[in-house]
Ligand binder design. Structure first.
Ligand SMILES: [Zn+2]
Length: 248
């Protein structure tokens, strides 16, 4: 079957002297692996198409029973060049691609995930704080994949958590208000909690002017990381963020 779809390049690796395998997140067919024959030949004219993060229109031969599809055509519409001079935004952009690659399973066909990635790519160059965009993106991705824990109310006393801080147990996802917190829970302060609740419930673009202070950034980053770690086998911090360790 020949299929046409929009796709973002998540990663690529060498297959042979002239060919590569690209992992795409497509709009309608989920995450797929595609063999691009002759992609490394300059005269082919498509060698520049496989930069990670490119959004392209692809035509491919699909065989559902096979783990590897065959690329027929590729035509890229956008890349992330604009932010190329900003190391922080570029690293966060790459980190988002890594997070998608690790947490989205093949053949999971939720158009919402592709739309989220597209929305995030448009937002990242213009936000006040790229970390806020990254965390809002991670929160929405966890919601779409069904892994975001309920942070509505304390599971011991029933108190609504909005307006207060909370603690969360990252092995069983029990959520507790400040009064009922027990030892070993990940603590989320009042300010980080209200940001998280907004990220969960409001459109992603609402964070466009938000700036996170160091404390909120650490708390929210750790909270989201714990969720990914608990649900995604072999999950580790995106290597792209390692670049920023010296910067922050
Ligand atoms: Zn409580």
């Amino acid at each position: 079957m020949i299929l046409k779809d929009y796709a973002v390049v998540l990663k690529t690796f060498d297959y042979s002297e002239s060919s590569i395998i690209a992992v795409f997140l497509t709009r309608r067919h989920g995450k797929i692996r595609v063999l691009a024959k002759g992609a490394k030949r300059k005269k082919n004219g498509i060698s520049g198409s496989f930069m990670t993060g490119n959004i392209c229109e692809i035509v491919f031969y699909s065989n559902v029973g096979r783990g590897l599809q065959i690329l027929k055509e590729i035509d890229c519409r956008s890349s992330f060049d604009d932010a190329g001079k900003d190391l922080k935004r570029l690293s966060i952009f790459q980190a988002a691609l890594e997070v998608v690659d690790r947490s989205v399973i093949e053949q999971e066909t939720d158009e919402g995930i592709f739309n989220l990635v597209e929305n995030f790519f448009a937002l990242l160059p213009v936000v006040a704080d790229p970390w806020a965009a990254f965390f809002a993106f991670e929160t929405k991705l966890l919601k779409l994949t069904g892994f975001f824990p309920s942070i509505l109310k304390c599971d011991r006393c029933g108190k609504i958590l909005a307006g207060g801080g909370f603690g969360i147990n990252s092995s069983n996802w029990q959520v507790r208000c400040e009064k009922c917190i027990t030892e070993g829970m990940v603590l989320i302060s009042v300010s980080a909690s209200s940001i998280l609740i907004d990220m969960e419930n409001r459109p992603m673009n609402d964070i466009i002017n938000l700036k996170l202070d160091r404390k909120d950034r650490r708390e929210i980053g750790r909270f989201l990381h714990e969720i990914f770690r608990a649900h995604v086998e072999g999950y580790k911090l995106p290597s792209s963020l390692g670049l920023l360790k010296g910067v922050n």
